[in-house]
Design a protein around this ligand. Sequence first.
Ligand code: GLU
Length: 428
Amino acid sequence: MEVENISKEQKRGMLENVMRQFDNAADVIDLNPNIRKILSITNNEIVVHFPVKMDNNEVEVFTGYRVQHNNSLGPYKGGLRYHPTVDLDAAKALAMWMTWKTSLAGLPYGGAKGGIQIDSSKYSMAELERITRRFTYALGDNIGPEFDIPAPDVNTNPQTMAWILDTFMSTKAPAERSANLHVVTGKPIGTGGSEGRDRATGYGVFLSIKFWAENKKVNLKGKKFIVQGFGNVGYWASHFMEKEGAILAGVQDADGSIANKTGISVEKLWEHTRENNGSIQGFPFASPIESDYFFQLSCDICIPSALGNQITAKNASKIKAVLIAEGANGPTDVEGEKVLLARGVDIIPDILCNSGGVIGSYFEWLQNRNGEIWQLEEVLMKLEKKLNESFNKVLQTSKTRKVDMRTAAFIIAIERLERTYVERGIFP
Ligand code: GLU
């Protein structure tokens, strides 16, 4: 996938998409025009430029973003992504999706997103550490455990969160430090992270598919699925799908695409990527295929878990899957979705399908705040319960309102926000 070629379209498309999705749902419920105005804008847009010393002693200046969309339901919440496509519009779009996601999940959070416009594969670990620490320092008190709580996203991970936490804490007075443990979620276990947060997003994607299958009376055993992106989300979703008896038939990542009709072993592929800079390239038990052909692979379920705007009007008509489970944020654009819905393809929308991640983050934040440590089984059980509630609500709303699942999910999210504005009014 040539990042440079797709980036411009993606960036323009994501903000336009999320706004069209919002307007679409707002029209259905005839949303109060004043509340529509408020929810259409992002509260704060923070752009920071900061210098970092590279391994060769040269200084490079980086640009970082944090967009805070809305915090009427609670502190801003959402990931930090390190990718060349990160810019203000991308961060705005992703921050808005976080507001709808946390609202739909019934969490006491608002929505935010940010990151740095870099190709992280070009930097050493030591450089990434210094970049992350300087970024955190530049953000200063624009983040905080009760104000705005970052988490991992594309190309950031528990290690990144540990650096952020350590930097943030180090800037506080000694007596205040441990009260800041919940400034980020998705931390390593030894640093206040929660059991199960690592698999929470992928497990949530799997659970959404399981709930869909139960509802449709489909047996997942022997069903073929394809996955775009084999990072944390793609891997864990595949892991749980395989455990259920489904067959991984194809995978695409930034370096290429592979397929095997008889199935790809999820664990073998994961091991391969661990030894190969995270890339699926060169995996010996599958054949490389043309990247353009990936979405045309014969399968039952397609799990896009990489970047935005991957399924468009151009490729939607060729997709064989009967279900799209959106592990990524914004993988299907509005035009692509129209084509899929007209063909009777089901779509479990991102703000529901990948909400396991932020629900897992909420559990981590609660544990840190209350000085508790929960076991893995407890975390996964609570996650399943929460996700099941959201799934049923979305299904119910889509039936009563006679709308697709995305519009239903947006309606639930928007109505919760609407209620809070109606009750509180507008200051002054
Ligand atoms: N980056 C993830 C998302 O897009 C997780 C956000 C979080 O846990 O705050 O949902």
